[in-house]
Design a binder for this molecule. Structure first.
Ligand SMILES: Cc1ncc(COP(=O)(O)O)c(C=O)c1O
Length: 476
């Protein structure tokens, strides 16, 4: 075989790793120097300064003659790292944007090099088996009593919620149904529930108020009774899907899952839980009980690129048994011809709405195996402890107000005398200086600063500094 010029070497085969190794040195150096140049959680200067730096270093992006692989990697990786919002910095705490584990990121490199595509067995022989085994392992955590639980791998909470709603629509559709599936959710639900309804041609979800941050069972009961027109008999208006959230985006609150499961049962409604954020509490001996009731849902969204320390994407939709997934069955002769399936080639097409699909399962499987359930549980415990420490510091501080004790790792707070405009300005000043990345949450009691802690290595001193940074921008 002739030797390929450096920039065109392939990543696979027995020679691929050698080509990769030399590039990796360049990439890792550029990651280091980029982070050093940034020296904080965010590049300073705001959008204009960052855009200018990217243009100055990266253009032209399609030169007539290439720079060669090392120069391209050095320039672009350095620029991206210098201009990154780095969730590994303890002061980068705005969103459910986690710092990925190095071990998971290393596994993702292998996924890229091998490039299995998860839409047919002949593109992903071992990867498809690994996906089956790992999905089942995770699904068994969600549904410990089910005999054959399963999970689909998705791009995250949005896709999992869409799939959960699609499966509900298909499962409840029959010649006898009198209307379309009606979703009932809380005002605390993720916006993807509403988007999925729109995408799937369903009516706008009935959105119940959640003034205390979670769904109120009495309000849900009244709503379901009115919609189903029954307390046990047949539905008057068509099927209903109740969706609950285990870990809301704004405050990390968990809806009262057992009571909502009872209500869904009582009114004959389908039940979906979006546990994108809170789901990984299943790994923790200490905190697992916060998810009691999860196993009573027909479908459960999990997302390991939030509280699971995976590089994006690492979503799952867990189901209690394979029958739930039947509506996704699909046939395309080039991928799953009937005779191939009959001859024993696994049929992967019904495991996603996507066709070509990355083997996101590899990094997940490597993480599970490397850390074990207890190792992951320990990371969960530490991260929840950091949020409680931050809440304590805020509680004890004369100039801060705490919204509520954290359920997961989100802490809402504000300087006692700051109005909404001042709060929004504090957040933007911290962003443009690059000193801290805090989020914002609007609740019935106004605007709050939001710290979403996802870094398990955060120390109390980091949190004290974070509060000092906010204080430094608060007018006296
Ligand atoms: C509760 C909840 N559900 C779903 C999502 C969507 O997840 P993703 O961004 O991975 O699609 C989010 C995102 O933050 C979320 O907080």
């Amino acid at each position: 075989m002739s030797v390929a010029p450096a920039g065109t070497a392939l990543a696979g085969g027995t020679d691929g790793p050698r080509a990769l190794r030399s590039f990796l040195d360049t990439v890792l150096d550029a990651l280091t120097t980029g982070a050093q140049d940034r020296s904080g959680p965010l590049p300073p200067g705001g959008p204009d300064a960052v855009a200018r730096a990217v243009r100055d270093t990266c253009l032209p992006l399609l030169p007539e003659h290439g720079t060669g692989p090392h120069a391209a990697l050095r320039t672009l990786v350095h620029t991206l790292a210098a201009g990154a919002a780095d969730p590994a910095d303890p002061h980068c705490a705005a969103h459910l944007h986690c710092p990925p584990l190095a071990v998971a990121t290393a596994a993702d490199l292998a996924a890229g090099a091998l490039n299995p595509s998860m839409d047919s067995w002949d593109q992903a022989p071992a990867a498809s088996e690994l996906e089956t085994l790992t999905s089942r392992e995770l699904a068994a955590l969600v549904y410990p009593r089910a005999t054959d639980p399963d999970a689909l791998i998705t791009t995250g909470g949005t896709e999992s919620n869409q799939l959960g709603i699609l499966l509900a629509r298909e499962a409840t559709h029959s010649p006898r149904t009198t209307g379309p599936l009606q979703i009932v959710c809380g005002a605390n639900a993720h916006h993807s529930i509403h988007r999925a309804a729109w995408l799937l041609g369903l009516p706008e979800p009935v959105t119940l108020p959640t003034p205390d941050g979670t769904l109120d069972p009495a309000t849900v009961h009244t709503c379901l009774a009115a919609l189903t027109g029954r307390t046990g008999g047949t539905s008057r208006t068509g099927p209903v899907l109740l969706t609950a959230t285990a870990g809301t985006t704004d405050s990390g609150a968990i809806d009262p899952l057992p009571a909502l499961a009872d209500l869904a049962d009582h009114h004959g409604a389908r039940f979906h839980i979006d546990a994108s954020y809170g789901g990984p509490l299943l790994f923790s001996d200490t905190h697992r009980t916060a998810l009691t009731g999860l196993a009573r849902a027909h479908t459960v969204t999990l997302d390991l690129h939030k509280l699971g320390w995976q590089p994006v994407a690492a979503g799952l939709l867990a189901v209690p048994g394979p029958a739930t997934l039947t509506p996704l069955g699909h046939q395309a002769d080039y991928l799953n011809a009937d005779d191939d399936t009959e001859a024993g080639l696994p049929d992967l097409l019904g495991r996603s709405l996507r066709t070509t699909r990355r083997p996101d399962i590899l990094k997940i499987a490597v993480t599970l195996k490397a850390l074990g359930r207890q190792g992951l549980g320990d990371l969960i415990d530490r991260t929840l402890a950091a949020a409680r420490t931050l809440a304590d510091l805020i509680d004890a501080h004369p100039r801060y107000e705490l919204h509520s004790r954290p359920t997961l790792t989100t802490v809402l707070f504000r300087p006692t005398d700051a109005d909404d405009t001042t709060l929004a300005a504090i957040r933007r000043s911290l962003l443009s200086e690059g000193h801290a990345v805090l989020g914002r949450a609007t609740t019935p009691t106004g605007l709050w600063l939001k710290a979403t802690l996802l870094n398990p290595h955060t120390q109390p001193g980091d949190l004290t500094t974070l509060l000092k940074l906010v204080e430094g921008h608060t007018p006296r």
